[in-house]
Design a protein around this ligand. Sequence first.
Ligand code: HEM
Length: 446
Amino acid sequence: MDTVMLARSLFGSSMAFHIIFATLGVGLPLMIVIAEILFHVKKDPDYSTMAKRWTRGFAIILGVAIPSGTIVGAMLALLWPGFMEYVGQVIALPFQIEIWAFFLEALFMSIYVYAADRLPPLLRIVSVILVAIGASASAVLITDAHAWMNTPRGFKVVNGEITDVDPWAAVLNPSIWSTGAHVLSSAYMTGAFAVASVAAYKLLKRGRTELEYAYHRKALFVALLIGGVMSVGTAVNGHATAQMLHHYLPEKLAAAEGLFETRAYAPLAIGGSVDGEDRTIRGAIEIPWALSFLATNRFDGVVRGLNDFPKENWPPLYIHTLFNLMVGIGTLLILMSFAPIAYRLLLKRPYPRWTLLALVASGPLSMIGIETGWIFSCTGRQPWTIYHVQRTSDAATRSESLGLLFVLFIGIYLFLLLVTIVIMRYYFKHHPVLPELSSKGGARLE
Ligand code: HEM
């Protein structure tokens, strides 16, 4: 591997690791807010127990999200010195505001965790809402820098020098709204499906008390409802994101769909593989006119094909598979949430075991959606780090010693992942839910 490829692999693997915890760190606070609100509306102590237990899980996640985020920050500076020149001069603002968002989250997290029992109900809800706002604001602010890399604004480059910097034009770049909304809704849905996975797993276990089953059924129902709503939201703003690509990064959309000829009534290609030599897509199922509609809201809308762009500026063509995976998972999860909800509401019977087995997979599936979404977005921007401004090869470090670091960090991430799973399992095994339910005089059975 050459230095640029090593830098990309090292940074990519760090991001892939960090994003697991960062996403759950945004998604779980929303679930805690919902549980708190349900407790105060329904006066059912099970929801208060959910809020408390999910907060403990969230605290463990945060314990990894913060150091892994710090590693990513340090790597940005070490691996991408050329890019950091632009960051420092043009797009530093969201990173600076993010410190305040993190401060808000940390402050109210401490208040919520350590003083929750002493706070009046309304203040308790307000404090956890502020935790969720802080976490979501952090995500949107960091995503803003990513959106700016796709649609850079707020500066000029004259004779290699950065001039005419307008930080707010950079912050309010054209893709921030669609990208910010997509990142938030996909994180909320992943938080919800992570809870659904655990609840479904617990419901599959035999020999538990009816109190426990009732608790897990309620948790599963709330998680499926939030996951379902958020997955529909993700599909809707994913559509807006695809239209953003059509306007601003047309070669990325063309590669995502394996489209070579510019044309109206363009089909949407599902599956198959894109062949750059023969300039064709093989083995795909094509839905007539659907790509034109996705990109332009019109069946006769013209979508640009890869032939319009020099081959050296094409993104890697395997992003077609990543795009298919992300969209396929999104569609499957809409089905996997609303079908069991309808079953439960209409038939009022416990979920069948095969449904629970499928639901255990919903959290990991959603996380695969997040990973493929990020890889699609970042590799789909190649060969640019800053679209049409700076090539990745110009942004990268010239350091020769990245190979060892790469192996070392992969080892560290695997170790941290293992430790987190062990801590989670240990903690929740030694703090089972039953005493918390019984200590409240028993939950209502539903
Ligand atoms: C259901 C239909 C979906 C559509 C039409 C869609 C569309 C898109 C598009 C066009 C991008 C590329 C944006 C860019 O390169 O700038 C993207 C990125 C992304 N997607 Fe999706 N997506 C869908 C579902 C999902 C799901 C289910 C998840 C996760 C659970 C997800 C997570 C992401 C993430 C994390 C990114 C990277 C951030 C970004 O650039 O927006 N997407 N999506």
